[in-house]
Ligand binder design. Structure first.
Ligand SMILES: Cc1cc2nc3c(=O)[nH]c(=O)nc-3n(C[C@H](O)[C@H](O)[C@H](O)COP(=O)(O)OP(=O)(O)OC[C@H]3O[C@@H](n4cnc5c(N)ncnc54)[C@H](O)[C@@H]3O)c2cc1C
Length: 499
C-alpha cells in the first residue's frame, strides 16, 4: 500500500446508526477533529439500520419477555431488563440534547410514542407475566405499567388480537404507554445530514478492502472508489469498524490479536406487512409474545404498529431464517470467507452445538406463506392471507467465540465491542439489543479507545447525558426527571407515577 493518501483523525467505516452516533458524539466532544466516513452503498442507513430492515423497537425491556428469565425458584430475574432500559435512557437523553440544541429539528420524524405490550396465553405463562409485572413495577423505570387478565380490558387495548378469539385458555397482557417506535433509518439519515453540516467528509460508494498499520501507529485503509473504479488510500489515527455484518471481515483484515478466534453466525429476517388500512388503523401498540421452543431470542414474534414513510403500518415478525450472507447486500460466500485458521474450531464447535438452531432456521426459511399466516393467526385469529405481504428484513451476524462458561464455539446473542489494546481501532459485532442502545455502546467505544481523554470529556458527556455513570433505577428522583424531560423533548408519553 502507498502512504500518500488522504489523512484524517478519525475514519468511520459504514454509514449506519452506529457510525452516525459515534460521529455525532465525537463532534460534540472534540469539534475540531477531522472525521471521514467511508460507505460502500450510495446513501446512509440502507442496511440493518433501515426502517424496513429492523423492527424499530426502542428496546427498553418494557415488553420483551426474554429479558426477564424465570429463576429455578420461580422468581423473576429483572437485572437484564433494568440494564437494557438504563441503556435506552442514554439514547433518549442524547437525542433530547440534539433536539434541544437545534441539531435535530423534528424528533417526530424518527421517534413516536407507542404502547409496549407483552401478551401470553395459558395458566403458566399468565402466572409468569403477573410475577414479571410485580417485579418490574418496583423499579421507577417501569412505572406506569399495567397488567390485565380481563378479556374485556384486553379488547379495549388490542381489539384486532381479541376479535374472534374463542378459547377458554387464560390470557393476560401488560401495557405501558411510555414505549416507542423508532425509525432508525430516518434517525441515521438525520444524523448524517447533521454530520455533513459539521464538516464531516462522507464518501459514499467507497468500499474498504484492506487495512494495515503504518510506522507511526496509524491505520492505512485501501479503499475502492466504486464510482470511478480507482483505488484510494485513507489514513487515520483512529478507525471504527461500524460496518454492521461487514465488521467481522474488516476486523479479520486488521489482524489485531483481540479479533482472533471470533466467528460469525448470520441470521436472516422476514416481516409480514399488512396491506389492509382498516386492520392497520385498529391496532396501536407493539405486542410481544413468547419465543417458541428452539427459537433464538431475536425471533420472538411481535405485532407492531410502525411509522414508516410518513404513514402508519402494521408489521408482524421477524421470522428468523438462515442465509450465509453477512449483509442484506452481501455475498453468499460471506460465511465461508469468514472461516480462518484461528476461528475454525470455534466455527465447528458452534455448528455442532447449534445444530438444532440451524435446523430450526433452515426450516423457517422453507415455510410457506400459509404456514407463516398460521403463526400470525396466533396473534390475529381472523387474519386473512390477502391482507398480508412479505418483506425481507436485514441480516444479523451473531458472534461466535470461546467463553469461560460455554467453551469453544459459544454463540453470543448480544453486542460486542472488540478494540485494539492501544485504542487505535474498534469494531462493533453482534446486533442485539442493537440500534436502541447505540449511544451506550458508542460511549463504551469512546471509553475503551480514549481512556486518557475521559476525565476531560466527562463534563461534556454529563451535559449531554445527565444520567451518565449513574443508575436511574437506584435513583428515582433522577429517573423521574430524566423520563419527564426526555418525554417532553421527544414528544413521548411520560407514564411515571409517584410511588
Ligand atoms: C430483523 C432485524 C430486526 C431488528 N430489530 C431491532 C429493533 O427492533 N430495535 C433495535 O434497536 N435494533 C434492532 N435490530 C438491530 C439493528 O438494526 C442493528 O443493531 C443496527 O442497525 C446496526 O447498525 P450498524 O450501524 O452497526 O450497521 P448497519 O446499519 O448494517 O450499517 C453498516 C454499514 O456498513 C457498510 N459497510 C459494510 N462493509 C463495508 C465496507 N467494507 N466498506 C464500506 N462500507 C461497508 C454497509 O453498507 C452498511 O451501510 C434489528 C436487526 C434486524 C436485522
Amino acid at each position: 500500500m502507498s502512504n500518500n493518501g488522504m489523512k484524517t483523525d478519525v475514519i468511520l467505516i459504514g454509514a449506519g446508526i452506529m457510525s452516525a452516533t459515534l460521529g455525532s458524539l465525537l463532534k460534540e466532544l472534540v469539534p475540531d477533529w477531522k472525521i471521514t466516513v467511508l460507505e460502500q452503498l450510495r446513501e446512509p442507513g440502507v442496511e440493518s439500520s433501515n426502517e424496513w430492515n429492523n423492527a424499530g423497537t426502542g428496546h427498553s425491556a418494557l415488553c420483551e419477555l426474554n429479558y426477564t428469565p424465570e429463576r429455578s425458584d420461580g422468581s423473576i430475574d429483572i437485572k437484564k431488563a433494568i440494564n437494557i432500559n438504563e441503556q435506552f435512557q442514554l439514547s433518549r437523553q442524547f437525542w433530547s440534547y440534539l433536539v434541544d440544541k437545534g441539531l435535530i429539528k423534528h424528533p417526530e420524524d424518527f421517534v413516536m410514542p407507542l404502547p409496549h405490550m407483552s401478551l401470553v396465553q395459558g395458566e403458566k405463562d399468565v402466572e409468569f407475566l403477573k410475577k414479571r409485572f410485580e417485579a418490574l413495577s418496583k423499579s421507577p423505570l417501569f412505572s406506569g405499567m399495567e397488567f390485565s387478565n380481563n378479556p374485556d380490558k384486553l379488547k379495549e387495548w388490542i381489539p384486532v388480537i381479541m376479535e374472534g378469539r374463542h378459547s377458554d385458555e387464560p390470557i393476560a397482557a401488560t401495557k405501558i404507554d411510555s414505549g416507542t417506535d423508532v425509525n432508525f433509518g430516518a434517525l441515521t439519515r438525520t444524523l448524517f445530514d447533521h454530520l455533513r453540516e459539521k464538516d464531516v467528509t462522507i464518501n459514499y460508494n467507497h468500499s474498504v478492502k484492506n487495512m494495515k498499520r503504518t510506522s507511526d501507529g496509524s491505520w492505512e485503509l485501501k479503499v475502492k472508489n466504486l464510482e470511478s473504479g480507482t483505488v484510494e488510500y485513507h489514513t487515520a489515527k483512529f478507525v471504527f469498524l461500524g460496518a454492521g455484518g461487514g465488521s467481522l471481515h474488516l476486523l479479520q483484515k486488521s489482524g489485531i490479536p483481540e479479533g482472533k478466534g471470533i466467528g460469525g453466525f448470520p441470521v436472516s429476517g422476514l416481516f409480514m406487512v399488512c396491506n389492509n388500512p382498516e386492520v392497520v388503523e385498529k391496532h396501536q401498540a407493539k405486542v410481544y409474545g413468547k419465543a417458541k421452543v428452539g427459537a433464538p431470542p431475536m425471533s420472538v414474534p411481535h405485532l407492531d404498529t410502525r411509522y414508516i414513510d410518513n404513514k402508519k403500518s402494521l408489521l408482524f415478525g421477524p421470522f428468523a431464517g438462515f442465509s450465509p450472507k453477512f449483509l442484506k447486500t452481501g455475498s453468499y460466500f460471506d460465511l465461508i470467507r469468514s472461516v480462518k485458521p484461528h476461528n475454525v474450531f470455534n466455527m465447528i464447535g458452534a455448528g455442532v452445538k447449534n445444530f438444532s438452531l440451524t435446523k430450526y432456521l433452515i426450516q423457517q426459511v422453507l415455510l410457506t406463506k400459509e404456514k407463516r399466516m398460521e403463526e400470525l393467526r396466533e396473534f390475529i385469529p381472523e387474519a386473512k392471507s390477502e391482507d398480508w405481504d412479505m418483506v425481507v428484513a436485514g441480516q444479523r451476524v451473531q458472534v461466535i467465540k470461546e467463553t469461560e462458561a460455554g467453551g469453544k464455539g459459544t454463540l453470543q446473542f448480544g453486542t460486542e465491542v472488540v478494540s485494539a489494546a492501544d485504542g487505535s481501532i474498534a469494531a462493533l459485532l453482534g446486533a442485539s439489543p442493537g440500534a436502541s442502545t447505540a449511544v451506550h455502546v458508542m460511549l463504551e467505544v469512546i471509553a475503551k479507545c480514549f481512556p486518557e481523554r475521559m476525565q476531560e470529556w466527562e463534563p461534556k458527556i454529563k451535559e449531554m447525558i445527565p444520567s451518565y455513570g449513574r443508575s436511574l433505577s437506584d435513583n428515582p428522583a433522577l429517573a423521574k426527571e430524566v423520563l419527564e424531560r426526555t418525554a417532553k423533548t421527544l414528544g413521548l408519553i411520560n407514564s411515571y407515577q409517584e410511588a
